[in-house]
Ligand binder design. Structure first.
Ligand SMILES: [Zn+2]
Length: 372
């Protein structure tokens, strides 16, 4: 089955939602359009001139990138400048670019969870909370004759699921009153006559993303031309999300052995280590792929023996050492494991939905650093 870029991204965003990005992180469609058929999609960490050339050569229709290619506002779109020439080349060859950045780090089963899995870290928490979502409450008034089927439809659709319970609701009974006017087509009662109906008031909690389902169930199961219902925001938290992860190793191990494990896992010749002592055991490990030095105090607060993150700045390293936090900096490029991880996932969707699309990983190494 042929699909459009929009259809693919709809599926992608159901797994990596845009609203989980940090504020002002420019995620989403960056270049081109999603309103076109797609045959070939390429996953990349970075969009660099070499990657754009690769996309042109491989006839790519859509690039999915971890790092947003337009990070700072573009003031001039010139082909004499290497950065903006990339944008022009992408437009010229009708290659769309979509970016999923911090939302890929924050979401459950995202990149930080993948790192934990690769390093045998049993992640128990995030490092810093970034998002919290609240329940909503629906109060709907329905003739008692139709209450059972409406409640059943909510429950079957998962509306009213709360922790380890589902089909939760509360009902009370009363009288609904209305007068259908001239043009009304009432399910019960006559035009221009005051009508009263024995009604059930059903209260049920739901998640914000379930709102369309709630509306469609009311439309389908409520007999009235104008169903009466209220929706309230609640302060009950449904779920929190955060960036980075912290968890424990199956058993404590010497710091230098763990360093070796990180090197092997990511295929690195060298890593940077900051520690006040090499002679320590590590059990609790915090990690934030990419540049996570700004979360090092969260790692300390949550009891990390060692923190893995890239791009650690010289003076911050002094502070970390002074505060007794050992830090492993494996570089930012370990994030390139996202290419295989997501292409594997895209291929699962392809199989499940019988999509006629080819998904490939970018072959270009975009690591600007070499150990020589
Ligand atoms: Zn990054």
């Amino acid at each position: 089955m042929k699909i459009t870029g929009a259809e693919f991204i709809k599926q992608f965003e159901s797994v990596v939602p845009l609203d989980l990005a940090e504020d002002s992180d420019p995620v989403g469609l960056h270049i081109g359009t999603l309103n076109k058929p797609i045959n070939r999609v390429m996953m990349t960490l970075d969009v660099r001139p070499d990657v754009v050339q690769e996309a042109i050569d491989k006839k790519i229709d859509l690039i999915v990138a971890k790092h947003p290619p337009i990070f700072r506002p573009v003031k001039h779109l010139l082909v004499d400048d290497f950065q903006t020439k990339m944008y022009a080349d992408l437009l010229k060859h009708d290659i769309a670019v979509y970016a999923a950045h911090t939302n890929m780090d924050i979401v459950d089963n995202g990149l930080n969870d993948l790192f934990c899995e690769m390093l045998d870290i049993d992640a128990t928490d995030y490092l810093r909370q970034t998002h919290e979502y609240f329940y909503r409450k629906l109060v709907v008034y329905v003739p008692t004759t139709h209450a059972e089927s409406l409640r059943e439809a909510f429950g079957a659709a998962g509306i009213g699921a709360y922790h380890d319970y589902d089909y939760t609701s509360f009902s009370s009974h009363g009288t609904g009153r209305f007068r259908p006017l001239e043009k009304a087509q009432p399910a019960i009662g006559e035009n221009n006559e005051l009508t009263s109906v024995e009604e059930e008031k059903i209260e049920v909690m739901f998640l914000p993303q379930e709102y369309p389902t709630v509306l469609s169930i009311i439309n389908e199961y409520h007999p009235y031309e104008e169903p009466m219902f209220d929706i309230f925001p609640l302060e009950n938290i449904s779920k929190t999300y955060g960036i980075g992860r912290i968890g424990i190793l199956p058993q404590p191990m010497p710091l230098l052995d763990f360093v070796e494990k990180v090197k092997q896992t990511f295929g690195l010749n060298a890593i940077r280590l900051t520690t006040d002592t090499k002679d320590k055991q590590v059990k609790t490990v915090a990690i934030c792929g990419g540049s996570g030095e700004k979360f090092y105090k969260d790692a300390l607060k949550k009891g990390a023996d060692v923190y893995i993150t890239g791009d650690v700045y010289y003076h911050t390293a002094h502070d970390m050492m002074e505060e007794g936090l050992s830090v492993i900096d494996p570089g930012h490029y370990i994030e390139s494991v996202c290419k295989k991880y997501y292409v594997d996932l895209f291929n699962q969707w392809k199989q499940q939905n019988d999509w006629d699309v080819t998904f490939i990983e970018s072959d270009v190494n975009t690591n600007p650093f070499e150990i020589i």
